[in-house]
Design a protein around this ligand. Structure first.
Ligand code: RBF
Length: 189
């Protein structure tokens, strides 16, 4: 199983109910930190395959993005075996990682998760630009939803706030965005 292989990053107990769905307890779901445009998963959520490409730079933060994304996908009815995870060294490699994952796994949508922390050199800006442009290009080339779950922060505290802290979890947001796009456009592209 793709996920359990990488369980060192993810400390989750699997949801117990039959189809990994918690539609019956959705009342308790916290959607306050996802887009207000999120209107629930597509009807065929159990048939959707989600690819996740995670950058290993600042892994303590990207691990939290990954956890947030997976927890949300599980809540929304995506089976564990339909979540494919690939790792890339840094955020600069996210676009190519996404393109290769698309080629080999043919997911319905891809989440790109990374964390760029501003240093003393302009390096940050170059990587951030290349990463954002590259991810856009992958989405246009593949015509599947490719979500930008990349934190760009001035320091580690700011990054932590966006990885499950007081400013939400960008991994969860990326997952919600991908599902929203699939709900709107799946089977139409
Ligand atoms: N990758 C990240 O994902 N986040 C970073 O904050 C980050 N900072 C970097 C700073 C420097 C000075 C360098 C050389 C690379 C950095 N990278 C970072 C890695 C980058 O995304 C990429 O993996 C490498 O540039 C190799 O292509």
């Amino acid at each position: 199983k793709a996920i359990t292989k990488d369980i060192n990053l993810i400390k989750y107990t699997k949801l117990k109910n039959k189809h990994n769905r918690i539609s019956n307890i959705q009342k308790n779901k916290d959607l306050s930190d996802v887009s207000p445009f999120y209107k629930g998963p597509p009807e065929d959520a159990s048939k959707i395959k989600i690819g996740i490409v995670v950058s290993r730079w600042n892994e303590s933060i990207t691990g939290k993005l990954l956890e947030g994304a997976i927890a949300f996908l599980r809540e929304e009815g995506i089976p564990d075996e339909s979540i494919i995870i690939n790792y890339v060294p840094g955020s600069f490699e996210l676009p190519q990682g996404a393109l290769l994952q698309y080629k080999h796994e043919k997911p319905s949508a891809i989440l790109c998760l990374g964390c760029l922390i501003k240093g003393e050199t302009p390096h940050f800006d170059f990587i951030a630009q290349a990463c954002a442009n590259g991810i856009t290009r992958v989405s246009l080339k593949t015509k599947i939803p490719v979500a930008f779950g990349v934190i760009t922060a001035n320091d580690e505290n700011q990054a932590l706030e966006r990885a499950g802290g007081k400013s939400g979890n960008k991994g969860k947001e990326a997952a919600a965005t991908a599902l929203a796009m699939l709900k709107e456009f799946r089977k139409k592209y």
